[in-house]
Design a protein around this ligand. Structure first.
Ligand code: CP
Length: 322
């Protein structure tokens, strides 16, 4: 596996391979000694141009559990403030011996540029680019859904027969995009629910149903409801109703939890804005998988780093080169 840039081009077999390796990694995390020697001598660079709690720390934990050395770069406090380019920043880190670069960037396409420009030879993992994709988030979400519904029988299974509703600011959400491609590749049915102003124009080309009414979506009995943060930092305020109006019409609260099937689950990629898109009742419910998502994120990122740095390659990558 050379790079992990998106889920749109990730085939079913490759996605299942990552999820199944993540199952193996998860098993190692219940042992007394969690560390594996697999990536000893390799160096992983976390190159973060946008803020992050879960993704950056999770990649760091994953790399360290596999015995890789980790270099953390944050644009804040770096020479980016003096005008240093992405090319020069990446090549500087490559010169310090990076084998893999995990990049989060505000510009959609920055990880693809890094992977295809020839600037660096390291493998590239997309940790979220602009409003485009966040592939490891979708992989950990799919892993979490599969684990909740199929438990110890998860290995090798896709998500056929499951219905996932993704609710909120779809327009600005790289998490929604990566989940739409991955969940449908794995056989799930996906419904998007949002205010009309927060739905992308090209959604008609996506393999999804779009609803503007959360209660209508809940009446269709989804197995999983994924609540999304409102990305005020990326939007013109004119797109957005008042917070009170948004919460009333598109927020998940105790009444809507009660209307969902009793075995349905609630996901949120974080960070949550309690009281806006999700109430404390819903966020802290036993049906909420928020902290399982965080824990599973380490296993999924261990799997991605292992497949990227230990030499196994997904078939779609090999096919592209053939
Ligand atoms: N889910 C997610 O990407 O969270 P962070 O922004 O904290 O990494």
């Amino acid at each position: 596996m050379r790079h992990l840039l998106d889920t749109r081009t990730l085939g079913r077999a490759d996605a299942l391979r990552i999820l199944d390796v993540a199952e193996d990694m998860r098993d190692t995390q219940s042992r007394e000694i969690k560390k594996l020697p697999t990536l000893r001598g390799k160096t992983v660079v976390n190159l973060f141009f946008e803020d992050s709690t879960r993704t950056r720390i999770s990649f760091e934990a994953a790399a360290k559990r596999l015995s890789a050395d980790v270099i953390n770069f944050s644009a804040k406090g770096s020479s980016v403030s003096k005008g240093e380019s992405l090319q020069d920043t990446a090549q500087t880190l490559q010169a310090m011996g990076a084998d893999a670069v995990v990049i989060r960037h505000g510009a959609s396409g920055a990880p693809h540029t890094l992977a295809t420009s020839g600037w660096i030879s390291a493998g590239v993992l997309n940790a979220g680019d602009g409003t485009h994709e966040h592939p490891t988030q979708a992989l950990l979400d799919a892993f979490t859904i599969r684990k909740r519904f199929f438990g110890d029988d998860s290995r090798g299974r896709d998500l056929s027969g499951l219905h996932v509703a993704i609710v909120g600011d779809i327009l600005h959400s790289r998490v929604a995009r990566s989940n739409v491609w991955l969940l449908t590749t794995l056989g799930a049915r996906v419904t998007l629910v949002a205010p009309p102003t927060l739905v992308p124009q090209d959604v008609t080309a996506w393999p999804v149903t779009v609803l503007y009414d959360l209660d209508q979506a809940i009446a269709d009995a989804p197995d999983a409801v994924m609540m999304l943060r409102i990305q005020l930092e990326r939007m013109n305020a004119a797109y957005f109703p008042t917070e009170r109006e948004y919460s009333r019409r598109w927020g998940l609260d105790a009444a809507r939890m009660a209307a969902l099937p009793t075995d349905s689950i609630v996901l949120h990629p974080g960070p949550m804005n309690r009281g806006l898109e999700i109430s404390a009742d819903a966020a802290d419910s036993p049906r909420s998988t928020v902290l399982e998502q965080v824990a599973n994120g380490v296993s999924v990122r261990m799997a991605a780093l292992y497949l990227l740095l230990a030499g196994e390659r997904p078939t779609h990558d090999a096919q592209e080169e053939a």
